[in-house]
Design a protein around this ligand. Structure first.
Ligand code: CAO
Length: 416
């Protein structure tokens, strides 16, 4: 089965997480992704948080599946020459260096466009061009703070909190992938490449849009009725942290199940969907709540929503999180167990769907990694191991017309 992005050649000038997550996705869907890495060291994540001595760290292997690795010193004239050839023969260049690094290397957008007017040049930066912080280097948590996620995450009596989900890194990479695919479709119409830029701040903010909604509501009416601060607490003039409250119009909370005293993840998330009130009451054995005016409507429930949650916790006390969900699902109640990474890693459904896969690696043996979260009716992305440093240097150089002697010469000057 041929893959939709087959024939698209991508120069992957990315490192750490935001850029590699983007190019990995495109590689899964068939693009020929050539990761350009500094000879001798490569992507810094090859060495970060290693669990096996002398083998690429999982940090690297889980973000660089299905790619080729070309070592190239792009600061040396011989390396620049190779890169120029590669640029002329590629469709996309993706990079997430610190601000100005590509320009300093001699590959500004203008130069790249001159070398290959059809090429799409895609960049991740911490802040967008022209932003007053556009000179800053940025990592995940910095972006979560700058994009509004941290100020709105956590509990009201605690500090701003970072999410474990990579909202700054992988999320930005996914935005960039959408930008690249859009530019490729655009090129089909115009024949021209273009620059695609995504900032980590913008990508985080794009996911925090409901908090921007809340800021405007707060300014208009002075309170936010779905937040735990309503009606008894106080609101200032900024969107507060709402703990585990549901972000939309459906109140919800993380509730204790059997064993919570010793198991920090013996919890479920329980949502009180307005129109599901009757089945909720039936599931909980509280039919008297169905028509009780103190419970019947969302407005009536809100002032004592935490008492309601306490009652539900009483019902959950003799049920594990899995038993509870198995009962509640029969009543069509949106809920889920709080799953640990261990439970997810061993989940047979996730293995069967290809969301979590085990791949063989030349040095590590087999390792667990994420597969495509996007499912297609006509294609099942096959996940292959990340490349060793420089594993495909000769293959890529030969495809550009370099002879064995040329490659030897490049090695002599340590350009590859
Ligand atoms: N050959 C020769 N030089 C190379 C090279 C190669 N193959 N690949 C990279 N380099 C050089 C670059 O030219 C640059 O050199 P100069 O700074 O001298 O111009 C340097 O290596 C890389 O610089 P950097 O600023 O990208 O790296 P850093 O470790 O100091 O910063 C990071 C890392 C992530 C903070 C920064 O790259 C950044 O802000 N990126 C944009 C935002 C981003 O993507 N962040 C998410 C990272 S995931 O958490």
């Amino acid at each position: 089965m041929s893959k939709p992005l087959e024939g698209i050649r991508i120069i992957d000038f990315t490192h750490v997480q935001a850029g590699p997550a983007c190019t990995q996705l495109l590689a899964w869907f068939g693009a020929d992704v050539i990761k350009v890495e500094r000879p001798g060291s490569g992507d810094v994540t090859r060495n970060q948080l290693r669990d096996i001595p002398d083998a690429d760290a999982l940090y690297f292997t889980m973000l660089n599946s299905n790619k080729k690795s070309l070592t190239l010193d792009t600061k040396k004239p011989e390396g620049k020459e190779v890169l120029e050839k590669l640029i002329r023969e590629s469709d996309v260049l993706v990079e997430n260096f610190g601000p100005g690094a590509l320009d300093r290397m001699g590959f500004s957008w203008e130069r790249l466009n001159e070398l290959n007017p059809k090429m799409i040049v895609a960049s991740v930066k911490g802040f967008s061009d022209g932003h007053h912080y556009d000179d800053l280097k940025v990592y995940e948590n910095v972006a979560q703070c700058a994009g509004g996620a941290a100020s709105t995450t956590g509990f009201w009596d605690g500090p701003p909190t970072i999410s474990a989900a990579a909202l700054g890194d992988s999320n930005t990479g996914m935005h960039l992938a959408i930008g690249i695919l859009t530019a490729l479709l655009g090129r089909d119409k115009t024949g021209k490449g273009q620059k695609v830029a995504v900032s980590m701040q913008d990508s985080v903010l794009n996911l925090c849009r409901v908090k921007l909604r809340d800021q405007q509501r707060l300014e208009r009416v002075g309170y936010l009725e779905e937040y735990p601060q309503y009606p008894h607490g106080e609101f200032s003039d900024v969107v507060p942290r709402g703990g585990n409250a549901g972000g939309g119009g459906q109140p919800g909370w993380v509730l204790k199940c059997k064993g919570w005293e010793t198991d920090p993840n013996a919890y479920i998330y329980f949502t009180i969907q307005g129109h599901a009130w009757e089945p909720i009451c039936k599931a909980l054995g509280k039919p008297e709540w169905i028509d009780d005016p103190a419970y019947k409507t969302a407005e009536a429930r809100q002032p004592h929503i935490f008492d309601i949650f306490k009652t539900i916790e009483g019902w959950l006390a003799d049920k594990t999180k899995f038993e509870a969900v198995d009962i509640l699902r029969k009543f069509d109640i949106p809920c889920a167990p709080v799953l640990t990474m261990k439970e997810l890693a061993n989940d047979p459904s996730l293995r069967a769907s290809g969301t979590i896969v085990e791949v063989p690696h030349k040095k590590r043996g087999s390792y667990l990694t994420v597969g495509s979260p996007i499912k297609f009716s006509d294609m099942k992305p096959e996940i292959t191991a990340s490349p060793l440093l420089g594993e495909h240097t000769e293959e890529v150089l030969a495809s550009l017309g370099y002879s064995k002697q040329d490659i030897f010469n490049l090695r002599e000057v340590k350009a590859v």
